[in-house]
Design a protein around this ligand. Structure first.
Ligand code: NOJ
Ligand code: MG
Ligand code: CA
Length: 569
């Protein structure tokens, strides 16, 4: 395992005092780092149209270096009618003019390279836009496109035309739309404007491999694969069983057990074929992050087929602000035990599909998950703005533009719309939070930008920004990258995570799951030194970095989390 992890040790040159400097060049650059998930429409607008763009991102790359992330994963900026804001693609290798040009992208990657930042793209293989010429030709049964998509005949019941089965779109309602020209239904696991591809068609997969090759040739370092579990569906087109008592309308896809539309075995073989494409690409190792909200066993399987980071979404769904310290331990321990030898764990703190962490867990706990992601072994994945504690912006029905929100209607859109977590990045307190010179932006700026913004947080020692920078730096500490991990629950309400490596100071994370202040003896419960120093503390805890803690009588304020370490080591 160690062999695999640190493939290359290069001894470069003789230092000025004649000593040899060992520089560890890890081929596996993503390990023990934070990856920054950037939503391009909302990061930085360079041309004043109120929508973020590539030149905007390029102008802010220094910020990503400043917060010490290893890589940026940029959401889709390909040609798109923007029904699903870029996840509905008409040209997989073209840049949408909203975002700029291919040249702009090349400038972005070359600047990122010069800054030592890796760049990863969003690969969206499950579907295209219905405006894609492949789909238009598929409608007309023009070869080789005729089988590029999942087409099926209607079911005729009592003389009326019905979809082939009860499958539901994740964006509400039937997953089938009738095409009057081809006289068949097509499948769409998302919006009707996003027809699903048929990965049983070899030429289709060859096209998608070419897409990977195209972007690899521009010098990208990897891809996040969108919605991989829905890649392949069972050909028998059987109805999916209904789940009892969901309390949801029958049109909601969460009312079905997705045994025929998700996690099918052949999906893993397709991933393997893409892995080969990545491995053929010269230069530093390229990686895949895979998006799968699947069972632990199904998520683990992605490692065997070529994913480096099968994203771990336990902080987004399975754990919430009602979870106890025991709930966290009960989820984290089995996950860590399941990681195959030589592979890396990962912790997703937030993304553009789920409520922001400061909203899910409350502003006082905005740093809690990032601290866990930092102290636990492996990669942390952070969503832009979460490092500032940005919050969801409540949208009115009239302001709602996200398709799952619009499709759910005015009574339910608040539970399904993703607009609230996609508002513009809050750079400073100027017009549109410094995101755009335009005071009208594609989604409204959160009104709290006057106080929650990067410029203000840079000037405040106890800020989410400063906490995050310390956390990202901590990832490089050998105790974090190589040490042992133990989770202990103290007094039923404190979760302790202890990382140890012989000869080094232990690193200890303590999280108070109650809202009241709590006294406890961590020295005894965790077997740690009597006096330790505060390395980082959650914003609002009023605990100062560098303060000394008597670990045998700690008082931790309600909802606070703190990371302790010995000062000297
Ligand atoms: C997952 C993406 O994260 C989400 O934003 C998108 O709507 C769906 N996949 C469909 O591509
Ligand atoms: Mg713009
Ligand atoms: Ca599919």
């Amino acid at each position: 395992m160690l062999m695999l992890r640190f493939l290359t040790f290069l001894f470069i040159g003789i230092g000025i005092f004649g000593t040899i400097t060992a520089v560890e060049i890890s081929e596996e650059w993503w390990r023990d780092s934070f990856i920054y998930h950037l939503y391009p429409r909302s990061f930085k607008d360079s041309d004043g149209d109120g929508i973020g763009d590539l030149n905007g991102i390029t102008s802010k790359l220094e910020y990503l270096v400043d917060i010490k992330v290893s890589a940026v994963w940029i959401g889709p900026f390909y040609k798109s009618p923007m029904i699903d804001f870029g996840y509905d693609i008409t040209n997989f290798t073209g840049v949408d003019p909203i975002f700029g040009t291919l040249d702009d992208f090349k400038k972005l990657t070359s600047k990122a390279k010069s800054l030592g930042l890796k760049v990863m793209l969003d690969f969206v293989p499950n579907h295209s836009s219905d405006q894609h010429h492949w789909f238009q030709k598929s409608i007309k049964r023009i070869k080789p496109y005729d089988n590029y998509y999942v087409w099926a005949d209607a079911k005729i019941i009592n003389g009326t035309r019905q979809p082939p089965n009860n499958w539901l779109s994740l964006f509400q309602g039937t997953a089938w739309t009738w095409n009057d020209e081809r006289k068949q239904y097509y499948l769409h696991q998302f919006a009707a404007a996003q027809p699903d591809f048929n990965f049983r068609d070899e030429s289709l997969n060859e096209e998608m491999k070419d897409v990977l090759r195209f972007w690899l040739n521009t010098g990208v370092d990897g891809f996040r694969i969108d919605t991989i579990p829905s890649l392949i569906e069972d050909t028998r087109l059987l109805d999916e069983p209904r789940l009892p008592n969901t309390g949801l309308p029958d049109t909601d896809s969460d009312t079905l057990r997705h045994i025929y539309t998700y996690d099918q075995d052949e999906t893993y073989d397709v991933l393997k074929s893409w892995r080969e494409v990545l491995d053929d690409s010269p230069g530093p190792k390229k990686i895949f992050l895979t998006e799968a909200y699947s069972s632990l066993a199904d998520v683990m399987k992605y490692y065997d087929y070529g994913s480096n980071i099968p994203m771990n979404f336990m902080f987004l769904g399975e754990l919430n602000n009602r979870s106890t310290a025991y709930d966290f331990k009960r989820k984290i321990d089995p996950y860590l035990n399941a990681i195959p030898d030589g592979q890396s764990a990962n912790w997703v703190v937030g993304n553009h599909d789920r409520f922001r962490v400061a909203t899910r867990f409350g502003p006082k706990r905005a740093d809690q998950l990032t601290m866990l992601a930092a102290v636990l072994p492996g990669v942390g994945v952070i969503y832009n703005g979460d490092e500032l504690g940005m919050e969801n912006r409540v949208m009115t029905w009239e302001e709602t533009v996200d398709p799952p929100g619009c499709n759910a209607g005015p009574l339910r859109y608040k539970t399904t719309s993703r607009d609230p977590m996609r508002t513009p990045f809050q750079w400073d307190n100027s017009t549109s939070a410094g995101f755009s010179i335009n005071n009208k932006t594609w989604l409204p700026v959160h009104p709290n930008y006057k106080t929650i913004n990067l410029a203000a947080q840079k000037l405040t020692a106890a800020s989410h920004y400063n906490v995050f920078r310390r956390l990202a730096a901590l990832k490089k500490n050998p105790v974090i990258s190589k040490g042992t991990t133990k989770l202990v629950v103290i007094n039923d309400i404190i979760l302790g995570v202890i990382r140890r490596l012989p000869g080094k100071s232990p690193i200890v994370l303590l999280i108070n799951f109650s809202d009241g202040s709590t006294h406890f003896d961590a020295a005894f419960s965790l077997n740690i030194p009597d006096k330790m120093s505060v390395y980082a503390a959650s914003v609002g805890s009023h605990i100062k970095v560098g303060a000394t803690f008597d670990t045998n009588r700690i008082e931790l304020p309600g909802a606070a989390s703190v990371i302790l370490k010995l000062k000297s080591r």
